[in-house]
Design a binder for this molecule. Structure first.
Ligand code: DLL
Length: 443
């Protein structure tokens, strides 16, 4: 645990009480809410009703939590196909907010909230902050983007709900972010882990020592990051770094969050029901087995999601957390079932590359994967930034580093990829989610 956090009374916010609900009571609540949300979706969402009918099911058929496995899945394509408002279960007069996720191609996906949905969203974020040991009096800077992306406003409402002082910085403008952190005595930072890395680099250039600032916690999410990255961040800033998870389709940030034990992310199960399924067959998988996370919103009004296929690969961790929360935990999300690269017949995930690189001293956690195709064969190049000292050193040191990185990547990936060492700051920095893969294959 980080010494700067020792002084705060963790979990002091009354909103975190539901985190400790006895399991039988929690399961009863989940069943009641599941039955209600299925009935609501059946009555108001044509797509869901027809899918249920195709399976020969009616809402009354949900008699136990296990019955959830009989319900049809919802996919991202369902949101696209019903763009913009086709999956709403509330009349427009009850909707108070729309968000949208950019999507890589074509139209974005749209999500809606009633006033009650926004209140639930705020309440789960308050519980996230409380589980990170934050409370009233903390000064929380939100550097997730504000706007259609759920990160900024979600984190903002939660921090206000906690009673903290909110600095709504939004994304970008690194120098100004650092100035605010310093001048306002910011104690917690919310942004993507890669953006925080960028701030660390920029602070170094500006001669600001993050370790000396009052900053003591980071609530980082919206993209995969590894334990090695956490170590790197914590060592350079002397903060405690927490992983927060969420997705627009379900609510935004705040579906789950780490507590101070850092042994997985607690899912706020009274509002979001997690299942793990085989990504190929959709069959349920037992706790402790990795598969695709499927989530059902238990209390969402405006846009309920029943068995939504997230494509995020993780597992439900068996056993209880030492923190005393009764909420089940998922493992950190390292990869998505749809971001797998197949390089000359071998499956490669970008997160494996990060693990391999950060195992080696001298490489910075700024990297990019460039895919090309030559004579019908896929080629993968990993570009890695190295510390300025390395570039100034004798050529032998660079060759040595190259050899170590190559060896580490060979071991972790199981195939040979090209490694290129590049100068600090030559890989484009992102203000939000990092773009790790540049695909230059033409067909
Ligand atoms: O990224 C919501 C969010 C904002 C979460 C701020 C945390 C903090 P979307 O843009 O809809 O929503 O993207 C959701 O991002 O399915 C995961 O693939 C990925 N993701 C989100 N959090 C994490 C995390 C927001 N902690 C998609 N670790 C999800 C790994 C994450 N991946």
């Amino acid at each position: 645990m980080n010494s700067k956090l020792e002084t705060c009374a963790a979990d002091c916010h009354p909103a975190s009480v539901p985190d400790y609900t006895p399991v039988p009571e929690l399961r009863q609540l989940q069943l009641k809410r599941l039955q209600a949300v299925v009935a609501r979706a059946w009555q108001n969402v044509a797509l869901f009703r027809s899918r249920m009918e195709e399976c020969g099911l009616a809402p009354e058929d949900v008699r136990s939590l296990e019955d959830i496995a009989r319900l049809p899945f919802t996919q991202k394509s369902d949101l696209r196909d019903n763009y913009p408002f086709g999956l709403f279960a509330s009349p427009m007069k009850d909707v108070v907010r729309l968000h949208a996720s950019s999507g890589t191609t074509g139209k974005p996906i749209v999500v809606a909230y009633t006033k009650e949905d926004v209140d639930v969203w705020t309440s789960v974020l308050v519980r996230c902050y409380a589980s990170c040991g934050l409370h009233r009096g903390d000064i929380i800077q939100i550097a997730y983007g504000y706007g259609l992306f759920t990160g900024g406003l979600g984190a903002h409402y939660g921090a206000e709900g906690l009673g903290a002082v909110v600095v709504p910085a939004s994304g970008g403008h690194a120098d100004r972010q650092i100035m605010l952190m310093k001048d306002f005595g910011v104690t917690a930072m919310c942004c993507t882990p890669t953006y925080f890395l960028h701030l660390l680099d920029r602070a170094d250039e500006l001669g600001v020592d993050m370790k000396k600032l009052p900053l003591r916690a980071g609530v980082f999410g919206a993209e995969p990051w590894t334990e090695s990255m956490r170590k790197h961040i914590e060592e350079r800033s002397n903060i405690e770094a927490f992983d927060i998870f969420g997705l627009s389709e379900i609510i935004g940030p705040g579906v789950g969050c780490e507590c101070r034990r850092h042994q997985g992310l607690h899912i706020f199960e009274d509002h979001f029901y997690p299942e793990i399924v085989d990504p190929e067959t959709g069959a349920p998988l037992p706790d402790g087995t990795e598969g695709e996370l499927v989530l059902t919103t238990l209390s969402k009004q405006a846009m309920p999601m029943i068995r939504y296929r997230t494509h995020d690969m993780t597992m439900i961790l068996p056993g209880r957390c030492e923190c005393g929360r009764t909420l089940r935990r998922i493992g950190r999300i390292g990869r998505r079932s749809d971001d797998m690269l197949i390089i000359r017949g071998v499956n490669v995930f970008p997160s494996q590359v990060e693990t391999a690189l950060l195992a080696i001293e001298g490489a910075l956690p700024h990297y990019q994967i460039v895919l090309t195709r030559a004579q019908g064969l896929d080629q993968m190049e990993v570009q890695v930034e190295v510390t300025p000292q390395m570039f100034n050193d004798k050529i032998g040191a660079l060759q040595e580093l190259h050899k170590k990185l190559q060896g580490s990547l060979d071991r972790v990936l199981g195939i040979r990829v090209r490694v290129s060492l590049v100068e600090t700051n030559s890989i484009e920095r992102s203000e939000g989610k990092a773009k790790r893969v540049i695909d230059r294959r033409t067909s």
